[in-house]
Design a protein around this ligand. Sequence first.
Ligand code: AMP
Ligand code: ZN
Length: 468
Amino acid sequence: MTVFLYNTLTRQKEEFKPIDPKNVRLYCCGPTVYSYAHIGNMRTNVFGDVLRRTLKHAGYPLTHCMNITDVGHLQSDADEGEDKMMIASAREKKSPWDIAKFYEQEFFRHEEMLNIQRPEIVCRATDHIPEMIEMVKTLVDKGYGYVSEGNVYFDISKFAEYKDFARLVMDEQEMTDRVEHDARKRNQADFVLWFSESKYPNQIMKWDSPWGVGWPGWHIECSAMASKYLGDHFDIHCGGIDHIPVHHTNEIAQSDCCHGHRWVNVWMHGAFLTIESGKMSKSKGDIYTVDSLIKDGFEPMDYRYLLYTAHYRSELKFTPEAMKAAHAGLQSLRDKVLEWKAVASPVNKISSAAAIEVQKKFWEAVYDDLHMPIALSILWGMVKSADIQPAEKLALVVDFEQVLGLQLMAYVKPEVVLSDEQKHMIEARNSAKKEKNFAEADRLRQVLLAQGIALEDTPSGTLARHVD
Ligand code: AMP
Ligand code: ZN
């Protein structure tokens, strides 16, 4: 089966053709570790994870690389404001190194809770300063970079295609709307490759370089690390949609110019998670994290399920109602799996025509630019199908879980602790039901419900669970 992916470079859905089918290379822009990752950031990471799982399912051996930005990402993506690490350092009265260490650990804790697979390569910017300096040197030597007051800038006028990726209008006025005026630059849209103390005298994280003591710009970090681990020509580079006009535009400019040819074949971007007031962002302060979802009574998998209700290229509005609906949807799916598990085990080989058809349609949807909402609806069609037996349904769940990652097969009902009185009520209710005294059975069910205990009759007996 062929995988189709939407390529921002061509603004088209294209058949994915790997450069080397024995080693598909994927780079995802990783977190800036100055604060907790919010669930908007996590939406982009789940998108990367679904892409990763899909490529693996398609049979491609994969080298997936993700960076950790622990220096050089300023408040504005376009080189303005202060380094986010320095801001966090002042806020929390810790060294930027300690800040980075703490939030990197927290980031991976949240990733694990969301069952996001760890990329083969995770690389920190601060561990790759020599590689960045090397790349900046090459750009200066080739005439694309220039030094001004100790900072090194990329001269966008030397790269004719600069505007193409983001379809920017090459009107100086419009270009410069993205950045603040800076007399050091030849063109206002030029961006920093290497910062020196002339601009930010208070920086703590700094290294020696041919241009004096300083630190790398955010964009060069990704270019240098991705080139080191994935080469000067690799398959897919992805991130959030906000990276199109600045970060990825700049990455393309410096990398294509440094290597002398196209660097990446496919660029993919995930749309935002929004809230009532617009984009969820750390700077606005009104953020949710995986931890805060848990505090609100949800499970991380509820959020992962929610993300599948929208295509990755469509905005998704986060509301408490949507979370509750996702929680209910996931719970009914889990309950179905438990029902089937009570009477069957997954078959080794799917053989009925109905199951084969469902399997084909599910993967067609996933391979069609990761269309998870359609895949989810096919999954639900299977759940309700009278033509597929529980043993095959379980086998399909095992198969689909390769991309879903919802931990459906591992789910066990949390223990419900019942008082003696509640246990007696359940027995009395079951006896009343047997005697066809449905009015009494219903009355007892309602009393238990008022105490937060719901009853469910399954082939393996009556189950009690807490209601939310
Ligand atoms: P940062 O840690 O701020 O560098 O962002 C990490 C990733 O999250 C980037 O790929 C951003 O594009 C992405 N991102 C930021 N805000 C959101 C949001 N509200 N929804 C989805 N992705 C986002
Ligand atoms: Zn990046």
